[in-house]
Ligand binder design. Structure first.
Ligand SMILES: NC(=O)c1ccc[n+]([C@@H]2O[C@H](COP(=O)([O-])OP(=O)(O)OC[C@H]3O[C@@H](n4cnc5c(N)ncnc54)[C@H](O)[C@@H]3O)[C@@H](O)[C@H]2O)c1
Length: 260
């Protein structure tokens, strides 16, 4: 797909981190970008910077996502690009024993479900609603109507201690990439997924510098955290390269996560 100002895009999680970098990269190519995010202040700031639109959207809510697409399409027309970056995580062991008093507890199911609802169901909700809209578009060259990029994580393949919910949600995103690409192949919509390693985003901001340094040192090469612009570069490559379809691609400096 050729990127220019005739194309509209929706980026979920675009107020921060990987989504914000992708929103910036798309806008730099002239694409009209709508950001779907919960964080109004940060989302509005990114939208203002790139001449885009911020829509306060919660990807776990049908009504909220419907309202976001209605607003974005009203302003920019039907999107041909969807990039799903909205996501979250938690760290809880499946079952564990307290070191202090020996109390046994298990992963609370609401906490497990919360991550699945945002990362997996929220991603699918946005894909299904966006793809339905893309079906109304005239095809471009080679019959292409749209391109979708999702964000999983290397935790889909090598999840660490405490990551049962996060890994399950991201494994779900990896697992649904090919069947969704197959569902949409007859309509000229391509679907690909990126599995980022450890990226320097606000998600890691809370980590102390020595933890960040240790994480960077654990990357085979280059020995640093990933840059959000590197994620955006791959997302744009997936969108622009017509033969890229149904793929799950790690972007991780060669890292394979240890148990902890
Ligand atoms: N940073 C990393 O190292 C890394 C590694 C692997 C995967 N990822 C994945 O990349 C994606 C982006 O992460 P990031 O590092 O940019 O984090 P981030 O926290 O900077 O950005 C995530 C954005 O998603 C938004 N969001 C969360 N829940 C939402 C909801 N219910 N509805 C709408 N928006 C919501 C947040 O407000 C935030 O702006 C996430 O899916 C994350 O799991 C990140």
């Amino acid at each position: 797909m050729k990127l220019d100002d005739s194309i509209a895009a929706v980026v979920t999680g675009g107020a921060s981190g990987l989504g914000a970098a992708t929103a910036r990269a798309l806008a730099a190519r002239g694409v009209k970008v709508a950001i779907f995010d919960l964080q109004r202040e940060k989302g509005e700031a990114v939208a203002a910077e790139i001449g885009g639109l911020f829509c306060e959207v919660n990807v776990t809510s049908d009504d909220s996502v419907d309202a976001g697409f209605a607003r974005a399409r009203g302003a920019h027309g039907q999107e041909r690009i969807l990039v799903n970056c909205a996501g979250t995580g938690n760290a809880v062991k499946t079952a564990s024993r307290s070191k202090e008093d020996g109390t046994i507890r298990h992963f609370p199911l609401e906490a497990f479900n919360w991550v699945i609802q945002i990362n997996l169901v929220g991603t699918f909700r946005c894909i299904a609603k966006s793809a339905a809209g893309m079906l109304t578009l005239d095809p471009l060259e080679e019959g292409e109507r749209g391109a979708i990029v999702n964000t999983a994580s290397v935790a889909a393949e090598d999840g660490q201690i405490g990551q049962a919910a996060y890994s399950a949600s991201k494994g779900g995103v990896v697992g649904m990439t090919l069947p969704i690409a197959r569902d949409l192949m007859g309509e000229g919509i391509r679907v690909n997924t990126i599995l980022p390693g450890i990226f320097d985003t606000p998600l890691l901001a809370a980590a102390p510098p020595n933890v960040k340094e240790a994480l960077a040192a654990s990357v085979p090469f280059p020995k640093r955290l990933g840059r959000p612009e590197e994620y955006a570069k791959l997302a744009l490559c997936m969108i622009e390269t017509g033969y890229f379809n149904g793929e799950d691609v790690r972007l991780d400096g060669g890292i394979r996560m240890a148990p902890r």
